[in-house]
Ligand binder design. Structure first.
Ligand code: SF4
Ligand SMILES: [Zn+2]
Length: 319
């Protein structure tokens, strides 16, 4: 591992390297989609995802680009339920719903608690509702919202990495104890949690990236999460691009993503998924990218190992 890539990585530096936000409308979610996911029960089912438009997250993590589709100020009370209502009108019937808000659902400046009742009523026909939150915002508000909901509530939390030094550099403003406490709190109150885990954050070599992603999965399951989602780290938010230019960040390779998913599924400790969006970014081989992507999608859905595809690009992997 290289030395500290940049001792000045902090809120100010991260924000100052950003480009412009995309224009968004507080009356509409900035996107929605339906994807397939293996549910806790083992069935493969459609899940709707609504990407809510709201005030940007109060944290400024080094690798995050979710601020791009956010507002600078809080949206008014009623805007979030209006967005959900609009998206549900467009969406086909599905049983499960993710309400992702580019931050923390329980951040009062993003989603006012006054909106919880109407949100709960809008989603009452679903079986599951999944929201995301920073570990430090896991508290009684989760229970208040859960108690209003008819569907089961699940909460996704960014663990990112258990490498303490790298976690600090990510500017997540969270310790592993914060994460452990958040998951314990949810588990105690019978709320399932899922962890987002990064593959190859800055300063790590390819092999270190694999190693720390696997240790992060180990930790997440040990502290009680039910599901892990591994996300290969990308540039595109300004700060990450700068680190890449300096050689302090390199894109992970799709082979590593495959290894980490094989490892995670092999643990048999809970569901393990990898993010399969735009995987061409992580491979320079056009011969096998589609085969590898399809293999990862199948493994995500079935949670079973599928034999690896062999290709001439296997020998060019870097460590
Ligand atoms: S807490 Fe999540 S949404 Fe907020 S900056 Fe960090 S990664 Fe992005
Ligand atoms: Zn190949």
């Amino acid at each position: 591992m290289s030395d500290n890539p940049d001792p000045d990585v902090n809120d100010r530096w991260i924000v100052s390297n950003r480009g412009k936000k995309n224009p968004v409308d507080p009356g509409r979610p900035y996107s929605w989609l339906v994807e397939k996911e293996r549910t806790v029960s083992g069935k493969i089912e459609d899940i709707g995802i609504i990407f809510l438009t709201n005030r940007e997250c109060s944290f400024h993590c080094l690798m995050c680009d979710l601020w791009k589709n956010t507002t600078d100020v809080s949206v008014p009370v009623g805007a979030i339920p209006d967005q959900i209502e609009w998206a549900l009108d467009q969406m086909p019937d599905v049983k499960h719903l993710k309400l992702y808000n580019s931050g923390s659902f329980f951040d009062e400046r993003a989603i006012p608690a006054k909106d919880y009742n109407r949100i709960a009523s809008l989603v009452s026909s679903f079986e599951t509702v999944i929201v995301e939150s920073h570990p430090r915002l896991i508290n009684k508000k989760c229970l208040i919202f859960r108690d209003m909901l008819k569907p089961e509530l699940q909460i996704a939390i960014g663990l990112e990495t258990v490498h303490a030094g790298i976690l600090r550099k990510l500017n997540k403003q969270m310790t592993l104890d914060d994460f452990r406490n958040a998951v314990s709190y949810l588990t105690k109150h019978e709320i399932l949690s899922r962890a987002f885990i990064l593959l190859r954050p800055p300063s790590l070599s390819e092999s270190e990236g694999i190693y720390w992603a696997e240790r992060s999965i180990d930790f997440a399951f040990r502290v009680g999460v039910e599901c892990c989602i591994v996300i290969p780290v990308r540039p595109g938010n300004g700060a990450m691009d700068l680190l890449m230019e300096r050689g302090d960040f390199n894109l992970p390779d799709i082979h590593s993503l495959e290894k980490v998913l094989e490892y995670g599924i092999g643990l048999n400790a809970g569901r393990v998924f990898v993010d399969v969006w735009d995987l061409g970014l992580f491979s320079s081989c056009r011969k096998c990218i589609d085969i590898r992507t399809n293999r990862l999608i199948e493994m995500n859905l079935n949670q079973k190992l599928i034999s690896r595809h062999t290709c001439s690009c296997d020998s060019f992997q870097t460590t």
